[in-house]
Ligand binder design. Structure first.
Ligand code: ADP
Ligand code: ASP
Ligand code: MG
Length: 441
């Protein structure tokens, strides 16, 4: 059994849903994970935003125009009266549910998450009804009944296995299964989600839970490229990546994969294949446990990074100093991404300003503290095992005209990270492509 995930653009219109149906049928009883139709989650965020701001009319108008869009999709997608009325009833009741949150008074985060979950519920219902109309025995699986996160917000793979296995067994005659990406319940049993872009993680978690043969991530580009195509022109797909290389790229900003989605597949050694819905024959990217050695594979950039430099002002031994610094970040549950140390100081980066003032206050008790906001981590990934001479030199040379605030190398065999200013990001990404991938071509 495989898990096939289709992103928002892939199911973004009636025509695209029909194309996806062709790609998923007659391939065995696989599990199909769908995102919301493109634009829907953003619109649901907008609706929640109006409600936070007590602008109930703004929310209602936005809901009305979203509803109209869905009713138009139903008319274009479905041919028979019975399928259309089934779809209208289903989508209509989802919109009634969304409208139930348009009340006066305080709007809560729990309500926001319930609203955000509706996009995936709609796309999967539409696909399921369409597949039935086409004569397939599709089974709609409710992700809210098997996808759960614990009190740390981490997904519980054992729970997924426990809940999902009997659901699959109960439908031994299914042609295929359709389920929702992104949505889950939290440890309090409330509707929650796996953060934006989280449908990739859903697919990987389901793959791990059922020990799938492969996880296919179908998107709007022909695989993982060697640089970010939103900022660099001449990027190319990388055909094969090791799990660790893909994990670094995803974590450090390659939007094509959710930051943590490689891990569940890696732990269970399940290959991930990234494929293009608009060009299904293209080779795409295979992510698995083999390293193609001695090469730099790709570059990615992570925005919104904050660098904090702490210079020790007390006569603490270096080890005690580093321990105290890490302890403070740990107490506030703030993961550190990059580190650079010297005898007298340490620089670290975090990607979220939450509780930053408290952290700085505590750090100031034993050192002077300087903070740089709006920084970007540029991550160069490949087989960078340190005996392979010259790789780090080539990356550093590429950035010779860009001011670099920090460098991290040697933490793994897979990456070199550079911290640069936000305004230098595009220049740095382009310089790396020119130097590492285009020169000599
Ligand atoms: P989906 O809706 O299918 O999940 P996303 O928009 O989340 O799709 O991810 C696909 C997009 O990721 C691409 O269209 C591309 O703009 C962007 N992207 C960023 N970095 C990369 C990369 N290294 N390789 C390919 N695409 C990338
Ligand atoms: N629909 C969600 C989002 O837009 C999840 C996803 O597409 O992966 O972020
Ligand atoms: Mg995505």
């Amino acid at each position: 059994m495989k898990v096939l995930k289709f992103g928002g653009t892939s199911v973004g219109s009636a025509a695209r849903i029909k194309e996806v149906a062709k790609l998923i049928t007659d391939r065995g009883a696989n599990i199909i994970v769908l995102s919301a139709m493109s634009g829907t989650t953003n619109t649901l965020v907008e609706i929640a935003d109006y409600l936070y701001k007590h602008n109930v009319n703004g929310a209602k108008e936005t809901i009305n125009s979203l509803e109209k869009k869905y009713f138009d999709v139903i008319d274009e997608l479905l041919a028979s009266d019975s399928s259309r009325s089934r779809a209208r009833e289903c989508i209509g009741s989802i919109f009634s549910h969304i409208r139930s949150f348009t009340h006066e008074g305080e709007f809560s985060q729990v309500e926001e998450k319930a609203i955000l979950a509706q996009g995936e519920l709609m796309s999967t219902n539409l696909m399921d009804i369409y597949l039935h109309e086409q004569g397939y025995n599709s089974v709609w699986l409710p992700a809210l009944e098997f996808m759960r996160t614990d009190h740390n917000g981490e997904a519980d793979v054992d729970y997924i296995t426990l809940k999902l296995t009997p659901m699959l067994e109960q439908h031994g005659d299914a042609d295929l299964f359709v389920t929702q990406g992104f949505i889950c319940r939290n440890h309090r049993g409330e509707t929650d989600n796996l953060l934006r872009g989280g449908s990739d993680l859903t697919a990987s978690l389901i793959g791990a839970a059922i020990n799938a043969e492969e996880i296919e991530i179908w998107t709007d580009i022909d695989g993982m490229h060697n640089n970010d195509p939103r900022y660099v022109e001449k990027t190319e797909p990388v055909h094969e990546l090791h799990f660790n290389e893909a994990a670094e790229l995803a974590y450090f900003g390659a939007k094509i994969l959710h930051p943590t989605c490689v891990m569940p597949a890696k732990v269970n050694n399940i290959p991930i294949r990234v494929l293009n819905t608009m060009e299904p024959e293209a080779r795409g990217t295979l992510i698995y446990n083999t390293v193609h050695s001695r090469s730099i594979k790709a570059v990615a950039a992570k925005d919104g990074v904050i660098a904090i430099k702490i210079k020790s002002s007390r006569m603490l031994p270096a080890s005690g100093f580093i321990h105290r610094v890490f302890e403070i970040f740990d107490n506030y549950n703030r993961p550190i991404d990059m580190i650079a140390t010297s005898e007298v100081g340490i620089s670290v980066t975090i990607d979220d300003p939450l509780k930053l003032e408290h952290i700085i206050d505590e750090l100031k008790e034993f050192g002077t503290v300087a903070v740089d906001y709006d920084m970007v981590i540029i991550c160069v990934v490949g087989d960078l095992e340190w005996h392979n001479r010259g790789f780090e030199a080539r990356a550093i040379d590429a950035l010779r005209d860009v001011p670099v605030r920090m460098i991290s190398y040697g933490g793994s065999n897979y990456n070199i990270s550079f911290l640069v200013k936000k305004e230098d990001k595009v220049r740095a990404l382009n310089a790396l492509t020119d130097h590492l991938f285009l020169q000599g071509k």
